[in-house]
Design a protein around this ligand. Structure first.
Ligand code: BG6
Length: 467
């Protein structure tokens, strides 16, 4: 953990992410002793006082912290919470931070967390500048880091007027997921798969993250973002980089970013004709949603990494709200054997190619599918699989949630699992043709797998889900 007690200034403190992840996460880190002391100052548009913020935090924990909350731990946590409404201005925020530092005593570190929609990021940064809460501070920024190339460049430029790049931690919580980091271990700690990890053996890759969740209370954020900005340009492309990158020279921030950014630089611009945008029926009737909204709640696309390893190998990405199942899988489809000696009708090939599948569930799961002989007379083949689940290993200790892990890394100043300004700007550049000419949204039924045209998009291959 970090060496010094932390003062956390949490913008968007009463928002959805704060309630679901950040307040429960900070509670866990504080109560389980991962940090040597902590004060949290909530900031948001809500004109409430510290006591009201404590009740917001308590309800958030009751709803989203799935372990026991002991009265002692809660009292300590509640005592560490303070609140400053945005309307109170920079001087009030400064005073609250000073008071928090004084109450912790000795050396402390300052961590700002901007859990706000895109339009709220710069005003918050400006306020921190005016409050003189910049020196020695770190700042965690939430995606989508702009809404297109121009706004991302502006955002980074304005951000750098106040904070130095070394102070900025752009969070992508998918990289904090244990199974995502396990992709790096799997690829680079084993000699078995690396030789076949390329266009000669891999037919295509799928990164598929359907969700059953709807909008919840997030229409304000979601109407500004949509599925592409919310999930693809952020999480899915980051995961794609872990799958596609060359071995880094070291497991350190600079070499890892370098290899990820090389993947992003090799990506071909996303063609609107390779994209299916969808919206679930009923979205336009939800609270806070424009009745004529063209925001997509679903997206599927095909993209290419045009380098020696991956040229010609399509990567299919899909994600959306209110779909049939909640899954987070990455599936590598291998090429089929050049020739089959098995009789027609024996079953070979009929159930698709060999797949290596990573499941980014809370604990790593992986499977490798292959054809094998069904016991009995003759030669009947079936698709079989080798299955691995980390939960069955006895290796699961005190697991940190993705956000907890990343907040702790930021408190320690470790940037390994954070993204960089140039990588993100490149991803917006790749996205530009789609941003300029998005295909119209197609309606889909809640509980389905998205608009029908997803099958044409992937043909002659097939979506791996549902299993
Ligand atoms: C968030 C998106 O970043 O990731 C949400 O804003 C999405 O829309 C969520 O539901 C998915 O994260 P997880 O960890 O539940 O897979």
């Amino acid at each position: 953990g970090p060496r010094f007690p932390q003062v956390v200034v949490l913008f968007g403190a009463t928002g959805d992410l704060a309630k679901r992840k950040l307040l429960p996460g900070l509670y866990h880190l504080a109560s389980a002793g991962f940090i040597p002391g902590c004060r949290i100052i909530g900031v948001s548009l809500d004109d409430i006082d510290a006591d009201a913020f404590r009740s917001v935090a308590r309800s958030a924990l009751d709803a989203f912290f799935n372990r026991k909350i002991t009265p002692g731990d809660w009292d300590a946590f509640a005592g560490s919470l303070d609140y400053v409404p945005l309307s109170a201005g920079p001087a009030a925020l400064k005073a609250a931070v000073d008071a928090a530092r004084a109450s912790l005593g000795g050396e402390t570190r300052l961590l700002h967390y901007l859990s706000v929609p895109p339009s709220g990021a710069l005003p918050a940064v400006r306020m921190l500048g005016e409050a003189q809460l910049v020196e020695g501070a770190r700042i965690i920024m939430e995606k989508p880091f702009g809404v297109d190339l121009a706004s991302a460049v502006t955002l980074n430029g304005k951000l750098h007027e106040v904070f130095a790049e070394e102070q900025i931690f752009r969070i992508d919580h998918f990289l904090g997921k244990e199974p995502a980091q396990n992709i790096l271990a799997f690829r680079f700690a084993n000699g078995l798969f690396e030789p076949i990890w390329n266009r000669n053996f891999i037919d295509h890759v799928q990164i598929d993250v359907p969700e059953t969740l709807g909008l919840g209370k997030r229409s304000g954020f979601y109407e500004q973002t949509g599925a592409y900005r919310d999930m693809v340009v952020t999480h899915l492309f980051q995961i794609l980089a872990f799958i596609a990158m060359e071995p880094p020279t070291a497991l350190e921030p600079a070499p890892i970013s370098e290899e990820k950014n090389k993947v992003f630089r090799s990506m071909l611009p996303i063609q609107p004709s390779d994209v299916v945008r969808g919206q679930y029926s009923g979205y336009r009737d939800e609270d806070g949603v424009d009745p004529q909204s063209e925001t997509e709640t679903f997206i599927a696309l095909k993209c290419f990494i045009d380098n020696w390893r991956w040229a010609g190998v399509p990567f299919f990405l899909r994600t959306g709200k209110r779909l049939a199942e909640g899954q987070r899988i990455i599936s590598i489809a291998f090429r089929e054997p050049p020739k089959s000696m098995f009789p027609v009708g024996s079953g070979v090939g009929a159930q698709g190619p060999n797949h290596l599948t990573f499941d980014l569930a809370d604990a790593s799961k992986m499977s490798l599918s292959f054809y094998g002989k069904r016991p009995g007379p003759g030669m009947r083949l079936d698709k079989l699989s080798l299955q691995f689940a980390m939960r069955d290993t006895g290796l699961m200790g005190e697991v940190l949630e993705a956000y907890e892990r990343l907040i702790l890394d930021a408190m320690r100043g470790d940037r390994t699992l954070f993204t960089t300004a140039d990588g993100i700007e490149r991803l917006w550049q790749v996205s530009q043709p789609l941003m300029e000419a998005p295909p119209p949204v197609r309606l889909y039924e809640p509980g389905s797998w998205g608009p029908k045209s997803i099958h044409q998009l992937i043909a002659p291959h097939a979506w791996r889900l549902p299993f």
